[in-house]
Design a protein around this ligand. Structure first.
Ligand SMILES: [Zn+2]
Length: 81
């Protein structure tokens, strides 16, 4: 599930995105010139990555709590308290 996050680096609010390291073009070039390094590059490309800010790519993101959910939780807590 993709959740809304707030980036602590650029202060933008948006959906978090999975970031790949490297580039597909570099992997294709390696694959065309050298088969084994190209395959290894694509393995590294798909296995190494992280979730981050969709604006700046930073890993420093914090999830945003849905205000509607907070209201329901607050109402539930007040009923049982
Ligand atoms: Zn950011």
């Amino acid at each position: 599930m993709i959740e809304a996050v707030c980036c602590t680096s650029c202060q933008s609010i948006g959906l978090k995105r999975y970031m790949h390291r490297g580039s597909v073009n570099r992997g294709l070039l390696l694959l065309l010139l050298f088969i084994v390094p190209g395959v290894l590059y694509f393995l590294w490309y798909f296995l190494e990555g992280h979730w981050g800010c969709s604006t700046c790519g930073s890993r420093k993101v914090v999830p945003i709590i849905d205000p509607d959910t907070m209201t329901i939780e607050a109402q539930t807590e007040s009923k049982f308290a």
